[in-house]
Structure formats: C-alpha cells, structure tokens
Design a protein around this ligand. Structure first.
Ligand SMILES: [Zn+2]
Length: 677
C-alpha cells in the first residue's frame, strides 16, 4: 500500500462515485428529459468540485462528466498473450462437492457473474491495457472500450503496476431496455451475456458506451504486493481495490468449519444481493482465501485447482406442445422445430426449440397437446427435456411429402454416437424452393462471395420471378434490369447499388470461392488449408480432387472431409459450375502474399526502431510487437544502427543519445501516421 499517494482516504472513492452519479443524473435531466432539477450555477459548482476532487485523489472514473473525449475506435481487435494464463475453474452442480472443497481451507463464496472476463492493467496510475480472457492463453485487446464502461477508474492513486481481472456485464434492467434496440428483432441477442461479450469487443467505443457495461473486479493478478504478502488474504486484497474506485464482485468469507446449512444460506443471500443489484449470474464461485494455500493447489491444463464453480441447474418450465415445423436446409435435410405455447425461461420468452431429427421426436413420443418440459441448455439454447404425456405417439408426426415442394421425402438412417441409429428426413428435389434459397443465401454470404447488397428476402423474390436458378445467375441479373427496377420496393438506385456489390464480389479469393461452392464439411478453415497447400491454384486443387488425391495429408483433414471433396468433384454438375463460374471472376493475390506486401511496403521495413518513454497507445511489449509486425527490428538501446527513435513522455537518456547521433526522432503520433492502414 506504500505506493498509494499520501493523503488518500478510504472514503475518497465513495465521494468521487457519489459526485459522478449525482452530476450524471443532472445531465440526464437536462439533456434527455429537458427538466433540470438544479440551476446551471449549482451544476457548475459541483462540476468544479468533482474536478478538484479528481485532481486531489487521483481517481477518475470512466463515466465521469469531466471525461468527455472518448477513446478512438480501432480497425480490428489485436490478439494479446496473457503472461499469466487466465484459466477457469472446474465446474460442478453438486453442493456436496462445494462443501467438501470449502472444508479444506478458509474460502470465499462469490457470485459467478454472467458476462465476459476482462483483464485491466494500470501503470503509473493510468489505465494502459485491457484484454478479454479469450481461451485463457490469448485474448483480444479491448483497451479502447474501457473508458466506455460505466464504472471503471481510468486513473487511480496507486502508482505501481496493477493487473485486475473481473467480469464485464450488463445489468438486468439495462438489458431489458436495450435488448430490443440492438436485437433488430433477432432472438440471438436475447441474452445478457452474449450482448455483453459482443459489446466489449466492439470496435467503436461510442457504440460500446450505449451498452451500459459495468465491471466487477474478482481478482488481483499483479500489484498491491506488500499488502497481499502481509495479509495472505484474497478477500482483503480485493477490498484494497475499493478505495481505488473499483466495484468488487459481491462475496462472503467462510472458515473451514462451514456447514451445509451455512453454505446454502450464503448462496441464498448472495442470490438476493444479485437480485437487488440486478446482476446477471449463472452460479457461484468458491475460492480459497489464503493466497499461499491457493498457490499450493496448482493447476491442470485448463483449470486452477484452488476453487470451483458451482453452476445452478438449468431452469425448466412446463408448457404444451403444439406442432412440428419442417424446413429443408441447403443440404436437403429437412430440420424439425417444435412449436409450443410461450413460456418464460431465464427472463426470455420461448416458443420454439429444435427437435434435431426424427429419432429425437420418436424417443420423446411427441404428439400435439402433450405437456412438455422445456429448458435453455447453458441458459441459451431452448431444449425439450421431457414429455409428461407419453404413450400417444402417432406415425403421422413425420410428413411423407416435402413441406416446401410437395415431392416425396426420403428417410436416411446413420449411426450416431454410442451406436444409436439416427434417422433424418430429406428432400432430394434439387429445385426445392427453400433448399435453393438456402444455397443461394450461403453463396452470397459474407464468408463466401460476400455480395452485400442483396438480402435474403430479395433472393427469395428473384427465385420466385425466375431470375435466379443457380449461383451463376447472380452475375447475369442485368438481363432482368427493367423488370427488377419495376419491382415493388426497387428502383434505379437500389438496382445500381445491388449491381455494384455484385460486381465487387467478382474480385474474390481462393478461400471465398471454395467456401461459396459449399462442398460438404469444407468451411473457411479447411479452405485456408487448401489455399496454403495448393498455393492458391484452383486448377491444381480441382485436378487433385478429380484424380482422387488423399487430402488427409493436409492439417486437420480427416477421411470424411477427404472423401467429401472427391465426391463433390466427381459430380458433373458441380464440376461444370466450378469451371464456368471461375471464368467470370477475378482472383486476388493470396492472403499470405498480401501479408508479405504489408510488411514490405512501409517505411519501417528492414529498419531498426527503438521506443522510449511512456506511450499513450502501447505498452512496452505492445510497441515492440507492432514494430516487429512491420518487418522491422525492435531495438532495446540507441546505437549507430538505429534508424528511428519513437519518443513518448519522460524519455530519459535514449533521446539524448539519439540527438547526439543524429537519429530521426518520431512522436508516437508521427509513427502511427507513417504506418499504412
Ligand atoms: Zn422439397
């Protein structure tokens, strides 16, 4: 605690928070409600008081009205490695396991918040870097969005290096308010965790701000050293964060003598706290309080062993099953979806759930009017758990004709896991409307040809009008120019816009083309492997497939994928499409090649670049890896061989040396400006 500035009081953070909350309320009244409850003079007076308090305490919160300039957006999220892996804890649904764990050493019972885990680093009292947990080893940099969070200090009075992890979440009531705005009618956003995760990873801080992300700290990874050692208590270490302006995830301490009753009461109490504060949770976490004991527990490849996550059972609701909806997909498989009376699960209205296949329906013995139990697996995917009125299954549940085109269907049986036979329903009619629609939508999709100016609804209408029969027809829609322009909702301008995006899609890549062809089991990852193996040569790839090449020699390619490629190329229709469509397209250089160009076509390629002083956008490691990514060498000291010195705040001796040797000195901004976008 030595590094905290003299004179910082425990109550300072509360004072800052209270003042920020008050001023934000007045601003809301003034700007949004046009009904200010205080005069401008009072507001100005409080504003000045806050500014003074921020200066005195060194605490500035992300939502402080004094912080009007947001961070700049980024063009993509950069990957970052976690030197100390952010592993998760093992999970259980058994209270007994929780109790046994708690009996070994004094522990903390903590809310398991349901959002995205974020790591925030501070140096010299300033926020310098933030990243997502990712897979624990590698995350994504989201520093730009932290000032757009609601309750994170961007400046703290502690001057040492501090690394804090916590959960970025959206409060339940905030979620209710914004979910319709952002979901666009889609049901995917109907989940606070997904929305929080997506929002924290947005490129535009201004957009992130609108999502009301709050951060609750749950661990100190680096910093506060002296304190942790003396107290050897995770709980007390967490408490040191409060005077710095952090909100801490609610927790309760337990001694080793905890009983089942106490544990159950603790869970109830914490659940109530979560309810009161509107915090989204999906369980509890139990972690040992003693930091040295925790350390001694060690880890497995995936988990730290000093704690356990207790997941609540999935919420199950009873409702009445109505019918099955059958929809052919682009492979011809007709997927069944259950429709039932609306129920509310985890705060979301649910009316449908996938039934997967015929066997699933038979096993459940579903029939119209039966009572069913519905849950949301992992709190996301609606799932029928059971049928309460079994014994009335009728064969008529499975249609004999395709619900889309009316042609007879085929039942296909395959062996599933555990040797179980799984039956699926198929429509073999290549002109089946929905199949064709799904195929064309896939072809025009973002990962395939990326024809952005044509929506699914428009594709559907074009199929109906007979403008689109095959993928190739996208490139000949100009034949129907007059008719399209006369279509309702269309006009000259939207036609031109659509054509523009179609023409743009003619400039494509090997990977896009392979994805667009929709070879079963071959997606983008496989496409990239093929691109790399065949050096972007489509002819070589097709020749190999026709000659029955064994693709299992490629990384991650199994026998099924290998066979799927060969079979696809042995279909005459496929091969014809593959060959003729290529002639209408223009293939860009391969990704690897363009990457090479990027590292060569910049003023720093081949140079030795040294950075010094405190930089605004980079940590020391960050700037060095950026320099390396430009094909330059990141030097550690200034010598005659140094080509550039990037100079931040408080540079020190390197700047003097560079001036002495006549080496060009760049500010951080000048450096950034010189890098091609
Ligand atoms: Zn059909």
């Amino acid at each position: 605690m030595k590094k905290i500035r003299k004179g910082t009081q425990a109550g300072d953070a509360e004072k800052v928070t209270a003042l920020v909350t008050k001023l934000n309320r007045y601003r809301h009244e003034y700007y949004n409600l046009a009904a200010p409850s205080v005069s401008d003079a009072v507001y100005d007076h409080l504003f000045d008081e806050l500014q003074e308090l921020e200066k005195q305490t060194g605490i500035i919160l992300s939502n402080s009205p004094t912080q009007t300039v947001g961070a700049a957006p980024v063009s993509s999220l950069k990957k970052v490695e976690h030197p100390i892996p952010l592993l998760s804890l093992d999970k259980t649904k058994q209270m007994e396991e929780l109790l046994e764990m708690a009996g070994r050493s004094a522990s903390l019972l903590m809310l398991k918040l349901d959002g995205l885990t974020v790591k925030i680093c501070y140096e010299n009292g300033r926020l310098v870097e933030a990243s997502t947990r990712g897979d624990g080893e590698t995350g994504e940099l989201v520093t730009h969005n932290i000032p757009a969070f609601y309750n994170v200090p961007v400046s703290i009075p502690y001057k040492g290096r501090l690394v804090v992890t916590g959960e970025g979440i959206i409060h339940r009531d905030d979620f209710e308010e914004i979910k319709w705005e952002v979901s666009d009618g889609r049901k995917e956003a109907c989940n606070a965790r997904n929305l929080a995760a997506g929002s924290i990873r947005l490129l535009y801080p201004a957009a992130c701000r609108k999502r009301h992300i709050h951060f609750y700290a749950f661990n100190v990874i680096e910093g506060m050293e002296g304190f942790g050692k003396i107290a050897d208590s995770r709980g007390k270490l967490l408490e040191t964060l409060r005077p710095l302006g952090f909100e801490v995830c609610p927790f309760l301490p337990y001694t080793t003598k905890v009983s089942m009753e106490e544990l159950e009461k603790g869970i109830r109490d914490l659940k109530n706290t979560a309810e009161d504060k509107g915090l989204p949770i999906d369980g509890m976490v139990l972690r040992y309080d003693s930091l040295s004991y925790s350390k001694g527990c060690g880890r497995t490849g995936h988990h730290y062993k000093d704690g356990i996550a207790y997941k609540f059972e999935d919420e199950v609701q009873e409702t009445v099953f109505k019918s099955v909806e059958w929809t052919p997909g682009r492979s011809g498989e007709i997927a069944p979806v259950a429709v039932f009376d609306a129920v509310e699960i985890d705060g979301c209205r649910v009316t449908r759930a996938s039934l997967h296949n015929i066997s699933f329906i038979k096993d459940l013995e579903l029939h119209p009017g039966c009572r069913i139990l519905v849950s949301k697996r992992n709190m996301i995917i609606p799932h029928i758990e059971d049928n309460l009125d079994r014994g009335h299954y009728e064969k008529g549940m499975i249609p004999g004709k395709c619900p889309c085109c009316g042609k007879p269907v085929r039942i296909y049986a395959r062996k599933g896991s555990g040797g179980r036979i799984i039956e699926t329903l198929h429509c073999d009619n290549l002109d089946c409307r929905n199949q064709l629609l799904r195929k064309l939508v896939h072809f025009a999709g973002k990962k395939a040809m990326d024809i952005s100016g044509i929506s699914e609804a428009v594709i559907d209408r074009f199929i109906e009008k007979g403008f689109l029969h095959t993928c190739q027809d996208f490139y000949h829609l100009d034949h129907y120019r007059g008719e399209i322009i006369r279509m309702e909702g269309f006009g000259e301008r939207s036609y031109e816009k659509m054509q523009e995006s179609i023409e743009k899609s003619r400039h494509t890549t090997f990977v896009r083309y392979v994805v667009a062809m929709d070879i079963p089991l071959i997606g983008r990852t496989a496409g990239r492997a093929l691109d790399s193996f065949f050096k972007g040569n489509l002819q070589e790839f097709a020749k190999a497939a026709v000659d029955c090449f064994d693709f299992t020699s490629l990384p991650e390619f199994g026998e099924k994928m290998s066979r799927s490629i060969r079979e696809w190329f042995h279909d005459w229709d496929n091969l014809r499409l593959w060959k003729t469509l290529q002639k209408e397209l223009h293939f860009e250089e391969r990704e690897e090649e363009s990457m090479k160009n990027r590292t060569e076509n910049n003023p720093f390629a081949g140079c030795t670049v040294v950075a010094t002083g405190k930089l605004a956008h980079f940590t020391r490691d960050g700037i060095n890896s950026r320099i390396t990514s430009l094909g330059a060498t990141a030097g550690s000291s200034v010598t005659r061989k140094t080509d550039y010195l990037i100079c931040g705040e408080k540079p020190g001796s390197k700047l003097a040396k560079a001036r002495e040797l006549g080496i060009p000195v760049l500010t951080e901004q000048e450096f950034l400006d010189m890098i091609p976008a």
